[in-house]
Design a protein around this ligand. Sequence first.
Ligand SMILES: [Zn+2]
Length: 146
Amino acid sequence: MTPDNDTHPASIEYLVLRDGRAIEIVHLGEGREAPGAPSSARDAEIACAAADLAHCAACGSTLVQPVEWEEEGPRHWRLELRCPNCEARGTVVVEDAVVDRYDLALEQAAAALARQLHDIVQLGIEDEVRSLSVALETGLLVPEDF
Ligand SMILES: [Zn+2]
C-alpha cells in the first residue's frame, strides 16, 4: 500500500507514533511546480497518489479499501487501509486532494458494482420468466399448480 515514488514526484515521510504504529505521510511536492505550470501535472500527481492508495504492495491487488477515515490536521486525512485479497493492513496520511480523488474512485467503483448487480439480477429475472414461459407452454405448469 505504499505509493510508488518512481512514477510521480511525491515524497513519503515515515513516522512511528507513540503507540508504536507506523504511518506514512505522502507529500505531493506542492510548490515544486514551476509558476504557470499546467494544473494537469498536479492533477496527474493527485490521480497517481490516489491510485496508489488502492494498490497493495504485498500482493499487487488494486482493491485496497479504507476501513477508517479520520482528519489529520487541517489539510490531511489518516486512512486505515485493508487489502481484501491478502488481508494486509496499513495506515497512510494523505492530503485532502488525494482523499477527494480516492473517494471519487471508490464511489465510481461502487456505482459500477451496483450496475453489475442490477444486470445480474435482471438476467436472473429474465431467466426465471423464460423458464416459467417454457413450463406454461409445454404443460409442465398448469393453473391448478397455483
Ligand atoms: Zn494484498
